[in-house]
Structures are given as structure tokens and as C-alpha cells.
Ligand binder design. Sequence first.
Ligand SMILES: Nc1ncnc2c1ncn2[C@@H]1O[C@H](COP(=O)(O)OP(=O)(O)OP(=O)(O)O)[C@@H](O)[C@H]1O
Length: 241
Amino acid sequence: MSTVLSCTALDTGYVGRPCVRGFDLELQAGEVLALLGPNGAGKTTTLMTLAGLLPCLGGEVCIDGHPVKPGHARSAVKAGLVLVPDDRSLFTTLTVEENLRLSVRARRGWRTERDTVLETFPQLADRLKVPAGALSGGEQQMLAIGRALVQHPKVLLIDELSMGLAPVIVERLLPVVREVADRTGAAVVLVEQHVQLALEVADTAIVVRHGQQVLKGRAADLAAAPELVENAYLGEAFASS
Ligand SMILES: Nc1ncnc2c1ncn2[C@@H]1O[C@H](COP(=O)(O)OP(=O)(O)OP(=O)(O)O)[C@@H](O)[C@H]1O
């Protein structure tokens, strides 16, 4: 196993003021990490910093052992990182096919890339000519993940996949994230509010609260100890493994 994404003693925040402090992370190829925590804990801020969209105020982020230029999204993208933001950031007036096509880096082989996305999300097959803005929330999320997949990420960051989706859709989509990590070897950081569902598909998990890691461990262990996770959310337990 090789470490694909790591960060040590990461401090990050806004206008020079950290709201996340001392964040450590080490992710292997094909590993899914669930990044959990209550509202305002600092999950999105951490993800944005890993993606180079916010500057590090301390510490560093490495992809494949090489430091990513802080606050430099292009450097993170070139190193193989892809972010699926919580608003999905689709081109809503462009069709599904056009959204995918714009994200394929190599011009040749675009149909193969599209077909791989359709194998992952067969529901998109008869929606290819539909504008992204006319898709259902679940289909939009499929497209957002599909658009990430055609970029062949080494590191895939997904912010609140379940945002605005019915639980039944989330139950269908989260296992796809697991399958993608297994099939492609991408290291995945999954920010999620559906704690138990996220723990079911993840290998490891970190709970953050007030910008600090308060619980860290194997996802299966945390799934089996919901009271630990609950206490971490509420601020009554500070365990780590
Ligand atoms: N653009 C911003 N400018 C200043 N402070 C911000 C900004 N965005 C977020 N914050 C603050 O940073 C802290 C962490 O917010 P963040 O969005 O990272 O939390 P989160 O864990 O992702 O929460 P949620 O689950 O509600 O999305 C919060 O105190 C928030 O108010």
C-alpha cells in the first residue's frame, strides 16, 4: 500500500484566522475516509484546503509524497486531486454529455470514458442529451461524480454527497463511492452527515469538532460503537486509536 494523500499539523481558516488546527491525515490508495462532525466543525474548510482552494496557515499537504503548493488549486489538480463540491458545480445549461466531455482531459477516447461513467451510473444513459439543470438531485450527483471519474483522480474529495437527497438515494450512491475506490484505487475523503451510512462504506473515519480531531479510527470499530461517535459530536469523549 502506498500513501497517496497526507497532511500533517494542518492549520487552516479564513482571513488568516485558523478554524481548523493540527489536522493530520494519511490515506492509502483505494482507502475511503469518512470525515465526520457537527455543523461548523471545519469539514468543508479542511476539504477546500486539501484541494488548494484555501491557503494552509500551518503544516502541509502532500500527494504521492510531494508537497502541494499551498492555496494553489492548479498544483493539487495536476497532482491528481479532484473535488466534488457540495453544490456539485455543474454547468446547468449544458447537457450531461457536454458536462462529461468538458472534463475529459485527453481528446481521444472520450466515448470510452463516457461509457465507463454509464457503467457506473446506468441511469444517466438516457439522460445524456438533457441539460444538467433539468436532472433530479440524485442524477446531478451521479453526474458530478461521473465528471470527477473521467479525470481519473488519485485523490477524490466528496463534500456532502447526500446534500438535498432522499435517504434512499444516498443509500444507493454511497456504495458506488466504495466501488469506485476499489476499482480505480482512488483515495477518497468523504464528508458526510449520514454517519452510519458513511461508516458502512468507509475504511477509516475522523470526527472533527470545533476544528479539532476528536475521534479517529477504523470505520468498522466506530460503527460498532455509536455512543463514542455521538459523544465525539457532543464533545464528551476525546478518544483516538
Ligand atoms: N467563507 C468563510 N469565511 C469565514 N468563515 C467561514 C467561511 N466559511 C466557513 N466559515 C467558518 O468556518 C468554520 C468551519 O466551517 P465549515 O463550513 O468548514 O464547517 P463544516 O464542518 O463543513 O460544516 P457543515 O457541516 O455545516 O457544512 C465555521 O465556524 C464557519 O462559520
